[in-house]
Design a binder for this molecule. Structure first.
Ligand code: NAD
Length: 99
């Protein structure tokens, strides 16, 4: 796969599946936007930077629409485009099953 010249944005990129996806996108040549609500996003970007690839970290909460607009704007300001959007950060609600 060739993602050279492409911009890939991954929510929940600070750990787990999201981090793996970020590193994979970068390995295929993409510029990667690591979106997460924890500081670990910067560690993902650092892994990518050590390979000589470009990555941007955006600290944000994907449950807040104003934050979503902000990370899209930050990406467009930095790279001018978004080609791939991996909505990986899962938001759910949990409650005990009825007994
Ligand atoms: N790991 C599995 O076996 C598995 C199976 C099925 C589905 N999933 C789903 O895949 C996704 C990733 O799973 P994972 O195992 O890598 O999880 P993970 O907990 O390792 O990573 C999730 C990342 O999302 C970030 N995040 C959480 N809430 C956020 C928010 N509101 N705003 C921004 N970032 C937020 C966390 O900080 C974390 O870095 C989740 O949606 C999970 O439900 C995982």
């Amino acid at each position: 796969m060739d993602f050279v010249g492409k911009v890939a944005l991954v929510t929940g990129g600070g750990s787990g599946i999201g981090r793996t996806a970020c590193v994979a996108f970068a390995g295929y040549g993409a510029k990667v936007v690591v979106v997460d609500n924890v500081a670990a996003a910067a560690a993902t970007a650092e892994i990518i930077h050590r390979t000589g690839r470009d990555a941007l970290t955006v600290r944000t909460d994907v449950t807040k629409s104003v934050d979503v607009q902000a990370y899209v704007k930050a990406t467009l300001d930095a790279y001018g485009r978004i080609d791939c959007f991996f909505n990986n950060a899962g938001i759910g609600s949990h409650r005990e099953a009825d007994r």
